[in-house]
Every structure is written in structure tokens, then in C-alpha cells.
Write a protein that binds this ligand. Structure first.
Ligand SMILES: Cc1ncc(COP(=O)(O)O)c(C=O)c1O
Length: 428
């Protein structure tokens, strides 16, 4: 169509940007059904809603924002971020393990970014040579593809779950991962893997500690064997503060170091931190890329590279939430009140997930393992047909590649059993 009508002003790479956006088209179908008076279920969107359908807002964050001085709204932030926020970002990424990691000589740096998306962009644009592939699980957040493409990168994948029962680690296909890792490490000059864990979008999967350890061990070993190949492990922690083990990755890294695993110089570990969900400030676009490494010179160079990348892309990240949240978490009572409210919101998810898994078990609907965060997942060969069948019962879900995403974050508790019934009718 674009070619037919000319559009000579669009570059060839601009013309390839198409296909927006399956989530919003299924949301529109829900909205139309609800407007027509149907008792419709909205399992489409990726924001946490209260049981009454309103956007869930962490009221402690909201009140703190409203008290911020005008200058904190109006002024630019420093290009790399406000220093207290950069410190907070590291604590949000590493939690109670930060101190012990530092004691073992592993320090961190952070660069503020517009949301977790900005942090992913910083990583995509700097840690992988153009034309090379980033290693992902085959089920992943759709926009990853666009970030990679925009930075001239390719994608390599391994299965989300092991295909046979004989695998060594729960919910981690160590064989497929290490085969792909070795292939990339022997054919590329950089290797980067992105892992949205815990509380994976779109499945809600969280890796247990033994699988985290196995993955880290394979990655560290690969870095040791291929000392000229940069190895970056990026943990996308967009939902980690709603998970049972929010800082499991920091714990696993610490455990590896305490067990004497050497940290190769060519290994970098990063966290793409997003405050969008954890602090319910989706629209304030606040996040950070946190990098940890034993060498201070490495961290210093990364500060420069990330600061310059941000400057050349979005200038500085928005200031007001950086200011407000670092003040809030610096005060013991502020942090405690935020976490009480976060617990209330997390509990909405826990109740919905437990109800969903129970209903699916009773109806023998084979949903994927789902542990934390906003979503659950029904793996299937024809996701559109399944979503259409569910829509016949006015249950609106999102068909993606390889399955259907169930937005537990958006579905009121009382409607959850109906979702399981709709999937059951699609499954037969
Ligand atoms: C897996 C994943 N990573 C990163 C993000 C980025 O979030 P934001 O840029 O809104 O902070 C999201 C948001 O939906 C996500 O689902």
C-alpha cells in the first residue's frame, strides 16, 4: 500500500515499520463489546487495574509526586540522571544483596532512562556489534524485536521451556541455551542475552534459583572460554518488584561469587530497571540501566557511553520521578509506606493468579507455568483461533506468536473463572 501511493519521503527502513498493534486491536474489541452491554472480560492490557476496572495507582507515590516543588517538574535532570536516583536504581536492582556484592568487589553504575524501554535501548545500541544476534527465549515481549531491528541487530532464540522431561533444570532448557550461546560466541565478537525474569511477560514465569544459577554458570564459563568476546547478561526487571523473589538474580550472582566462580573481565551484567509498574508511573517514563562489574575503569567508561547515548537520543530522562522517588525511598517511613501499598497491589495479582491456576487445573486447561507478575500464557498452535473462540464468550485476550496472553493484571477477580471456562471451550 505504501509503495502504491508513493510515500517517497519514507526511507526504506521507515517503510518496514508496520503492524501496530495487536494488543490495542483486541482491547478495542473488548471496549466495543462492553459498550454494547455485554458482560465482557478485558484480559488484553498490560497495566494493573483494580477489581473495579480503574487503573491501580500506588497512592503513596501519587501523594509524594503532588508535593514536589515546581522546579523538580520543570527543570532538566542531569544527562546521566540525578545522583540519588542512580543510587536508588542500583538498590532497586540488587536489593539486600547490593552491600555483599560490593564487599566482594563487584560495584555498579546506573544511567537514568525513559522507562525500562530506554534502558533496553541503551543496551541494544551499545553492547552488541551491528549485524550480530542477541539471544532471547522464543517467547518474549514483542517490542524487543523492534528495539533490535532499530539498532541493526538480529535475534537468536532458544525455547522458553525444555522440551523433554529429562532436562536438568526446571523451566530452563540449559542444552538449547548453551548450544546457541556457543554458536554465537564462536561466530560473533559480542554476545548478549536478554532475560525478562522474574515475572516474565508474556507468561508470568520466574526461574527458580537452581535454573538461574545454571544459566549464570554457563554464561560465565562461556565468557571465560571466549575471552575476546564480550559477554553481556541483561536482566529485564520490568516486573521484579511484584515477584516473590524480587532480587533473586543478585542473590544468584552473589552465590556464584561466594562459591569461587571467577568473574571474567569480558563479562558484564546489567539490569534494565523500570519504575513504570513498580511505582505505577507508566507515563512518567522513568527507569535506569544498572551495570555491575568488578573494574572501576569499566564502570567509568560505561557512564560516559550511556550518558552520551542518552544525550544523542532523548537528551535527559524526565526529572520529577527521579527526584520524588529517591527522596521517598531515602526516608524509612516513605519506603515502608510505598512497600505496603505495593504489597496491596501485588496481592491483587496473587489472588487472581491462584484463582486462575486453580480453575484451569480443575477444568484441565493446560496453561503454562505462571508464578509472578502481570500475565499468564496459554501455549497453542493457532493463537488467533483460540482468542476468537474466547471472544465468543466475551473474554478478550491477546493472540501472540505461539500462544495467547492472559492479562491477569487487568481482569477483576470475580471474572477469572470465566477466563478459564473460555479457554476450556477453545481447548476442546
Ligand atoms: C518485558 C518488559 N520489559 C520492559 C518494559 C518497559 O517498560 P517501560 O518502558 O514502560 O518502563 C515492559 C513494559 O511493558 C515490559 O513488559
Amino acid at each position: 500500500m505504501v509503495d502504491e501511493i508513493g510515500m517517497q519521503f519514507l526511507s526504506s527502513h521507515g517503510k518496514t515499520k508496520s503492524g501496530n498493534d495487536v494488543i490495542f486491536s483486541w482491547l478495542a474489541r473488548y471496549q466495543n463489546a462492553a459498550a454494547a452491554g455485554a458482560d465482557a472480560v478485558n484480559g488484553t492490557i498490560g497495566a494493573l487495574l483494580e477489581d473495579n476496572g480503574e487503573l491501580a495507582i500506588n497512592t503513596v507515590v501519587d501523594s509524594a509526586l503532588r508535593e514536589a516543588p515546581p522546579v523538580e517538574f520543570a527543570a532538566y535532570a542531569p544527562l546521566k540522571g540525578l545522583p540519588p536516583f542512580l543510587d536508588l536504581a542500583q538498590t532497586l536492582a540488587l536489593g539486600e544483596y547490593r552491600q555483599s556484592l560490593e564487599t566482594l568487589g563487584v560495584n555498579g553504575m546506573a544511567t537514568a532512562s525513559p522507562g525500562g524501554s530506554g534502558a533496553l535501548f541503551l543496551a541494544a545500541s551499545n553492547f552488541c556489534e551491528r549485524g550480530e544476534a542477541i539471544l532471547l527465549r522464543d517467547r518474549h515481549w514483542g517490542p524487543y524485536a523492534g528495539f533490535l531491528k532499530g539498532c541493526g541487530l538480529e535475534m537468536a532464540t532458544y525455547p522458553l521451556l525444555p522440551s523433554n522431561e529429562n532436562t536438568h533444570y526446571p523451566m530452563f532448557d540449559s542444552e538449547a541455551f548453551s548450544t546457541e550461546l556457543e554458536r554465537l560466541a564462536t561466530s560473533q565478537s559480542t554476545v548478549m542475552t536478554w532475560l525478562n525474569d522474574p515475572a516474565h511477560n508474556p507468561t508470568g514465569l520466574s526461574l527458580p534459583s537452581e535454573s538461574r544459577y545454571a544459566l549464570l554458570n554457563l554464561f560465565m564459563e562461556s565468557a571465560t572460554r571466549h575471552e575476546d568476546v564480550g559477554h553481556t547478561l541483561l536482566i529485564d526487571s520490568a516486573y521484579h518488584l511484584y515477584a516473590d523473589e524480587p532480587h533473586g538474580w543478585a542473590e544468584t550472582i552473589l552465590e556464584a561469587l561466594e562459591n569461587g566462580l571467577p568473574w571474567p573481565e569480558n563479562l558484564l551484567i546489567c539490569f534494565a530497571v523500570s519504575l513504570s509498574k513498580s511505582h505505577t508511573i507508566y507515563g512518567l517514563r522513568t527507569g535506569a540501566l544498572v551495570c555491575i562489574h568488578p573494574e572501576e575503569e569499566t564502570l567509568e567508561k560505561l557512564r560516559e557511553v550511556m550518558g552520551v547515548t542518552g544525550r544523542q537520543t532523548w537528551s535527559a530522562a524526565p526529572r520529577v520521578a527521579q527526584y520524588v522517588l529517591s527522596e521517598m525511598h531515602a526516608s524509612e517511613s516513605g519506603g515502608a509506606s510505598w512497600s505496603l501499598e505495593r504489597d496491596r497491589l501485588a496481592n491483587l495479582l496473587v489472588e487472581r493468579r491462584e484463582t486462575f491456576v486453580k480453575a484451569c487445573t480443575e477444568l484441565k486447561v493446560p496453561v503454562n507455568p505462571t508464578h509472578d507478575g502481570f500475565f499468564a500464557w496459554y501455549e497453542c498452535d493457532d493463537p488467533v483461533a483460540v482468542a476468537e473462540k474466547c471472544a465468543e464468550m466475551h473474554v478478550y485476550l491477546v493472540p501472540l506468536r505461539g500462544g495467547v496472553r492472559i492479562g491477569l493484571c487487568a481482569i477483576p477477580l470475580h471474572q477469572i473463572p470465566k477466563v478459564a471456562q473460555a479457554l476450556k471451550s477453545a481447548h476442546q
